[in-house]
Design a protein around this ligand. Structure first.
Ligand SMILES: Cc1cc2nc3c(=O)[nH]c(=O)nc-3n(C[C@H](O)[C@H](O)[C@H](O)COP(=O)(O)OP(=O)(O)OC[C@H]3O[C@@H](n4cnc5c(N)ncnc54)[C@H](O)[C@@H]3O)c2cc1C
Length: 266
């Protein structure tokens, strides 16, 4: 099966995409690929991006980029292969990998490690979502700041109290993996192709703990209120290796490796 990416597939703003898109795809294909082979058929298609073109009012259009699958060979650009390939650990290290910070970076890192069978330990200085929400509300209502649990720090990281517009890194094609995980954890599937994907206010607060629970179900551990202050090592020079981390509360956690996902605000 061949997979091609076509852009500028247009339908009217009031047309139902489910009915109008297929016809528009064939129309666009005839324009870009020329004469289509006899018996040509698109076996399936997937919307990559949807935007609105209102430059020629009153004619307003929905404009799509679409990946099509077909048995035919066409003189078109193949769609990029962004398939995510999960790696699996061949053996368990003597100590877990430790991920520091439960923002998007650390959460996804721990999730991928957990799915690979590595039982990561995720350490976050702030508090879990429900407690964090109370801490943030207390700050907004009474002006009492918890320096470790606030709009910047805590489960979900710095953007958790935004209105859910997904802007950071959204042009990077690899972001699709992140969006797919959000959808699997309860987000609207349309975030996969909207030009300006929007989770909706408060949705992240439900999605993030769902991802955390998956890490835990896979044998990972997530600890809150643990601010890493020191990376412990042994050996010297090129032989120097990580052995663990120490936290502000004096706890020592053994580590086979350490990922610092502490964000830009730490
Ligand atoms: C107010 C605000 C609103 C935003 N709104 C949006 C938005 O609407 N859309 C968008 O796309 N992006 C938004 N962003 C940007 C987005 O939040 C960041 O790009 C993203 O959070 C970065 O992810 P990260 O995991 O790298 O870091 P962070 O999200 O900062 O996560 C780092 C985590 O590490 C923890 N940590 C730090 N130091 C330690 C330590 N020593 N030990 C243990 N834990 C530690 C912190 O508590 C934090 O939870 C916003 C950012 C802010 C600040």
């Amino acid at each position: 099966m061949n997979r091609y990416r076509i852009s500028e597939v247009k339908i009217g703003i009031f047309e139902d995409p489910e009915q109008a898109l297929e016809k528009a795809i064939y129309k666009r294909l005839r324009k870009t690929a020329g004469r289509l082979p006899s018996g040509f058929a698109v076996s399936s298609y997937e919307i990559v991006r949807e935007s609105v073109d209102a430059r020629r009012k009153p004619q307003i259009l929905r404009v799509y980029t679409i990946d099509i699958e077909t048995a035919a060979t066409l003189p078109l650009k193949e769609s990029p292969d962004l398939t995510y390939r999960q790696l699996y650990a061949a053996e368990q290290p003597s100590a877990p990998p430790v991920v520091v910070g439960a923002g998007p970076c650390g959460l996804f890192c721990a999730l991928i490690l957990a799915r690979g069978g590595l039982h990561p330990l995720l350490l976050e200085r702030g508090r879990a979502m429900d407690d964090r929400i109370k801490d943030v509300e207390r700050y907004w209502n009474e002006g009492i700041l918890d320096e470790s649990s606030n709009v910047q720090f805590g489960e979900g990281g710095a953007g958790t109290f935004s209105d859910g517009k997904l802007t950071t890194g959204i042009r990077d094609p690899r972001v699709r993996k992140v969006l797919e995980e959000f959808v699997a954890a309860g987000a609207e599937p349309s975030i996969l192709y909207k030009q300006r994907p929007h989770l909706g206010t408060d949705r992240l607060r439900g999605i993030i703990p769902t991802i955390r629970r998956e890490i835990e179900q896979l044998g990972g551990q997530v600890l809150f209120g643990e601010q890493v202050t020191e990376i412990c090592t042994e050996g010297t020079g090129a032989e120097r290796t990580v052995t663990g981390v120490r936290t502000a509360g004096g706890h020592l956690f053994a580590a086979s490796s350490v990922v610092l996902a502490v964000g830009p605000c730490a």
